[in-house]
Design a protein. Structure first.
Length: 95
């Protein structure tokens, strides 16, 4: 669950580096782990507008094809935040 904490706020360069290190020492399934609301680290990062974390998580292979317990897709969260452009311009944005 530590990736959750760092995916929500990577405005400081040090925090972004910690997120990268955590990802390096985690399995791919850790990137897509969900909290009690069904939100993945990528959804959380997008919903709080953490562009740097979205970029890091997508580059590491986090799934963008996921939804939370309410049925809201990751794309919905991206569209509702200013990180939408980052997502849509990524190679995964054409899914």
């Amino acid at each position: 669950m530590t990736i959750f904490l760092f995916s929500k706020n990577t405005e400081k360069l040090e925090t972004a580096e910690i997120l990268r290190l955590l990802i390096q020492h985690s399995s791919l399934s850790d990137l897509d782990i969900k909290d009690s609301e069904g939100r993945s680290p990528l959804i959380w990062a997008a919903s709080v507008g953490s562009e740097r974390a979205v970029d890091i998580l997508i580059a590491a292979g986090a799934s963008v094809a996921t939804s939370d317990n309410a049925g809201l897709s990751g794309e919905r969260y991206f569209r509702s935040s200013h990180t939408c452009l980052l997502f849509l311009s990524s190679p995964l944005g054409s899914l």
